[in-house]
Design a protein around this ligand. Structure first.
Ligand SMILES: *Cc1c(COP(=O)(O)O)cnc(C)c1O
Length: 376
């Protein structure tokens, strides 16, 4: 919670939940990545928060952009990034979107199978492709499962196919899972990557680039290692595995770039109990899973919540959103501690909400407006 956000909230009172993002924090985060990984280019994962002010700032600082759709590519270009600073990082693309991206000047595409390579070869002839390999996501609070990437044993074949079809077999990528609190989790993926680099070199294909993905955490309730620990651990592994022939590297931070830059102000709509014996209070906010807090799904992300009663005694609550859908409960399996003196109508501040909130907000489920956002 920065002074700038505090002042903004105090001087612009308003009803309804709203996100406020402080650009100074985004700038610090960008510079932190640049310092922790000085030889690595940063491709901001646009989906984490595509607010034009954020993209403009990052474009001005020299960031590149990882886009998942034509709309995201257009946002990055509108922010002032040239097309050589934009990658189409989604492994699942319509061929007509690949062609459109190519027409916009994008030359860097993610693939994870031969069918996608064939689409890129047809729609973006001569482009660079990198193959995403599977990562198990262990240790991540928001793991990415098996949806993206192929087994390391298959990646060489995918890239050989790209080479045969006239594309540039440019490199590899992986994602260790979002909110990855263990820097050592890059080791295994880097080891698998180094083996594929060697295998392809033996077959006459020199890969150039290693995309280290996102996964860099932001601070929620639990502490996380500083970004410099990630930089050191990753660099040591690169040195160990590639010696003095470390490839060009890129990272794609989303959460780690904007998560801690945002605070949501919300309001307590109701506090109740389900029976006279009920130990737990139910606290209902005017924000829930459908208007910004989708990442509370399975209670994976636990946001810090501040109230003006924080010096008082705390007691466990079930925390829920305002909509008429029973899945709109934020924390119940592990109840949330809130002050016993919390009142209906009180404002609460939900910290660490700069990433994956506005973009996950529905257009108007139950008539609740999408999450409002201010970038200051
Ligand atoms: C979402 C995404 C990211 C960002 O991940 P974070 O964990 O938020 O840093 C990076 N790369 C790709 C390909 C993604 O889909």
């Amino acid at each position: 919670m920065t002074d700038r956000i505090k002042e903004f909230l105090a001087s612009n009172r308003e009803d309804g939940p709203r996100l406020v993002v402080d650009l100074d924090v985004v700038r610090d985060n960008y510079l932190g990545f640049a310092k922790a990984l000085p030889d690595t280019r940063v491709f901001y994962a646009v989906k984490a928060n595509p607010a034009p002010e954020i993209l403009n700032l990052l474009a001005g600082l020299g960031s590149c952009f990882d886009a998942a759709s034509i709309a995201e590519i257009e946002l990055a270009l509108a922010a002032g990034a040239t097309s050589d600073r934009v990658s189409f990082g989604n492994t699942i693309k319509k061929e007509k979107d690949i062609a459109r991206a190519h027409a916009l000047g994008v030359r860097l595409f993610a693939v994870d199978c031969e069918a996608e390579v064939e689409k890129v070869a047809r729609a973006a002839p001569g482009a660079k492709v990198f193959c995403r390999i599977l990562c198990d996501g262990a240790g991540a609070e928001w793991p990415l499962s098996r949806k993206f990437g192929c087994a390391p044993a298959m990646a060489a074949r995918v890239l050989e196919r790209a080479h045969a079809l006239g594309l540039v077999a440019h490199g590899l990528s992986f994602h260790v899972g979002s909110q990855q609190r263990n820097p050592r989790m890059w080791d295994r993926a880097l080891k698998a990557s180094a083996a594929i680099f060697r295998e392809l070199a033996e077959r006459g294909i020199q890969l150039q680039m290693l995309n280290l993905g996102g996964g860099f955490p932001t601070r929620y309730l639990k502490s996380v290692p500083p970004v410099r620990a990630y930089g050191q651990t990753i660099f040591r592994a690169l040195r160990r595995l590639f010696g003095n022939r470390i490839p060009e590297t890129i990272i794609e931070p989303g959460r780690g770039m904007v998560g801690n830059a945002g605070v949501i102000e919300a309001e307590v709509v109701l506090i109740s109990r389900k029976s006279d014996e009920d130990r737990l209070r139910w606290v209902y906010l005017d924000i829930g899973k459908f208007n910004g807090l989708a990442e509370t799904m399975d209670e994976m992300i636990r946001y810090p919540i501040r109230t003006e009663f924080d010096d008082d005694a705390l007691a466990p609550c079930v925390l829920a959103g305002p909509s008429c859908d029973s899945v709109d409960v934020l924390y119940e399996k592990e109840p949330y501690l809130l002050p016993v003196s919390l009142e209906i109508g009180a404002k609460v501040l939900i910290e660490g909400t700069g990433a994956y909130t506005t973009t996950y907000s529905s257009v108007g489920f139950n008539g609740f407006a999408p999450l409002k956002a201010y970038v200051i």
